[in-house]
Ligand binder design. Structure first.
Ligand code: OGA
Ligand code: MN
Length: 208
């Protein structure tokens, strides 16, 4: 039965562009993916969590082999859970619509979404990597939403992606979403001269 009570949060033309881009080149970028007010609320929430000491240095790898290695990645993170705030719930609802849209168009079988706030202090970076773990291939589509108001190109902090043709830099401008196939696209985060905030997540398949 269709869920008629769900508010339509995700614009259909945005979904179509994401689907076409993922199918043809494996990545897509959207400015103003969410309303500016929501970007601001999410940024404020990320800053408040940092001020409250709720962000922790991110690990590399998963499970028993997870390790904090600042020479590989220097961000601090906190995983999102449902019901924490109106802003995070609005974003989670939107990502669930995106998950369903991707499944309908691309038959990806995505059945879950995990995400975390991330804060890179000035100078922090994340070395070139692919998001899918060696021992766990559930991560299928990666989505990064940037939360930085008034970001200037000279402040650095680009997401550098390596599609087959050539490297491409995406500045972490507030409200911008970058989405890509987790197992295919190598990428890195370059150091910035100011704090860099994002909300990063992964659509996952059921474990095979
Ligand atoms: C990650 C990542 C990219 C970014 O968290 O795995 O690559 O631009 N983030 O923050
Ligand atoms: Mn990554």
């Amino acid at each position: 039965m269709p869920n008629t009570s769900a508010t339509l949060l995700l614009d259909h033309t945005v979904l179509t562009t994401i689907v076409d881009d993922l199918a043809t080149r494996g990545w897509s970028q959207h400015d103003l993916f969410i309303a500016q007010g929501l970007t601001r609320d999410l940024a404020a929430e990320c800053q408040q969590r940092a001020a409250d000491g709720r962000l922790a240095p991110a690990a590399v790898g998963r499970g028993a082999s997870a390790q904090v290695r600042e020479g590989v990645r220097g961000d601090s993170i906190q995983w999102l859970e449902a019901g924490e705030s109106a802003a995070t719930d609005a974003y989670l609802a939107m990502m669930d619509q995106l998950r369903q849209g991707l499944n309908q168009a691309l038959y990806l079988g995505l059945d879950d979404y995990e995400s975390h706030f991330a804060l890179y202090p000035p100078g922090a970076f994340y070395q070139r990597h692919v998001d899918r773990f060696r021992d766990d291939d559930r991560r299928t589509v990666s989505a990064v939403l940037y939360l930085n108001e008034g970001w200037l190109p000279e402040q650095g902090g680009a997401l550098r992606i390596y599609p087959e043709d050539k490297a491409h830099d995406v500045a972490p401008v507030g409200g911008r979403l970058v989405i890509f196939m987790s197992g295919e696209l190598p990428h890195e985060v370059l150091p910035a001269t100011r704090e860099r905030l994002s909300l990063t997540g992964w659509f996952r398949r059921r474990q095979a």
